[in-house]
Ligand binder design. Structure first.
Ligand code: NAI
Length: 386
């Protein structure tokens, strides 16, 4: 039974994960080198739980329990009694490795040592341990208490017992598990790339402006936010870095090529909401640009982004990155897509997907538009994903 949880790093993710674990009844020790981060995490939890009480989501007793279940510690040694530790510190392999080595010297042999990394390989992190079989990736989404998905990523070293116990624990925390292969971007950060990349590409080609592309994805596709609104929300610096990391990790596969437009926006300091200006202006006086309301154009934009997303999802299945169910639930539960992409492919027709992709490929002759072999094989046999 996994009851004692150690969390390393009390920033955005670590404090959110601590709340999730303590709400599920676990005893959490939240560690950070920086006392200010610990104080901030404690104050934020007080605010959040007070709001939950006001909204009637939890009782005062539950609020007290959630708070009492977490202790804020300033020494890694205090995590010695943990059954499971989850690391959420700065995204730097050397620093993570050092922390993992020190942690392993304190905890028992049974303790699972997990990382919440978004972009590093779990195999490389695990290699820092004497017992790498105990290491696994547990990738939460921001904000951790709200987003249902956790990608569970066994490294090639991870034991099947550690994988099973991790899945069981995450499910007991009322989260949805998607098991992903230890490959760049895991599921979500790989499959979601065309949502941004194809939108930026169409903008660069002059197909439409930001507002029209966003409007197409929302009005035709039912997405809650358009690509440019979402990039502004995530931050152009952060989103660009993820794209760049995935591109490099895939040995420069042209499908993941980053965009100069986004690079320039990041370089200019037009980071999005957090800097007051990104693809849109967030100042008080700003007038929101109106999209073009041309149904044919909106459908063309939506079809092109959707088919690129479907192709990415199909290719992830083709390469056994995850199961069809897990790929679809990752996108609906991790990034709130209105529908799973493989289910969407079934609905549109596999033949339709191939036709749109081949049309793009024939026009551009660029490898980014190559159709996944899986779609062709399925079409030849008249198969669907579900
Ligand atoms: P953050 O910057 O908000 O928090 C990091 C915390 O770690 C800081 O409080 C810092 O003081 C602490 N820290 C740094 N080095 C430390 C050390 N050696 N020992 C103890 N504490 C240390 O970062 P954030 O956004 O919470 O990200 C943490 C990890 O989670 C990264 O690996 C990131 O890739 C991953 N991640 C981030 C997501 C996000 O949307 N922010 C989503 C999913 C994963």
């Amino acid at each position: 039974m996994i009851k004692n949880i150690g969390i390393i790093g009390a920033g955005t993710m670590g404090s959110g994960i601590a709340q999730v674990a303590s709400t599920a009844g676990c005893l959490v020790k939240l560690f950070d080198l920086n006392q200010e981060a610990l104080d901030k995490a404690q104050t934020a939890l007080e605010k959040i739980t007070t709001r939950l009480v006001e909204k009637g989501r939890i009782t005062i007793e539950e609020k007290n329990t959630i708070q009492q279940n977490i202790s804020y510690v300033s020494s890694l040694k205090e995590l010695a009694t943990s059954d499971l530790t989850i690391e959420a510190i700065v995204e730097n392999l050397d620093i993570k490795k050092k922390v993992f080595q020190e942690l392993e010297s304190y905890v028992s042999d049974r303790c699972i040592i997990a990382s919440n990394t978004s972009s590093l390989s779990i195999a490389s992190i695990a290699s820092s341990l004497k017992n790498p079989e105990r290491c696994i990736g547990l990738h939460f989404f921001n904000p951790a208490p709200l987003m249902k998905l956790v990608e569970v990523i066994p490294a090639i070293q991870t034991s099947s017992e550690v994988l099973a116990a991790s899945q069981e624990t995450i499910k007991s925390w009322k989260k949805v598990v998607a098991v992903a292969k230890d490959t760049p971007g895991f599921i979500v950060n790989r499959v979601a790339r065309p949502f941004y990349g194809e939108a930026l590409r169409m903008y660069e080609e002059g197909v439409a402006d930001f507002a029209t592309i966003d409007h197409a994805m929302k009005s035709v596709g039912g997405f809650k936010m358009g690509p440019f609104e979402l990039m502004d929300f995530i931050g152009n610096d952060v989103n660009y870095t993820v794209t760049q990391t995935v591109f490099t990790a895939f040995y420069h596969d042209p499908r993941y090529t980053p965009s100069f437009t986004q690079k320039r926006f990041a370089e200019a300091g037009y980071l999005g909401r957090k800097s007051g200006k990104g693809f849109y202006d967030y100042s008080q006086a700003a007038v929101k640009p109106l999209p073009q309301d041309n149904p044919a154009l909106l459908n063309t934009i939506f079809d092109r982004i959707l088919v690129m997303l479907i192709n990415e999802a199909a290719d992830a299945l083709f390469l056994n990155i995850a199961s069809a169910n897990d790929i679809d639930s990752a996108m609906t539960k991790g990034v709130n897509y209105p529908k799973g992409l493989l289910a969407w492919a079934d609905e549109k027709g596999i033949d339709w997907c191939i036709e749109v992709l081949d049309r793009l490929y024939n026009e551009y002759h660029e490898a980014r538009y190559r159709c996944s072999p899986l779609l062709r094989r399925m079409n030849a046999k008249n198969k669907t994903f579900f």
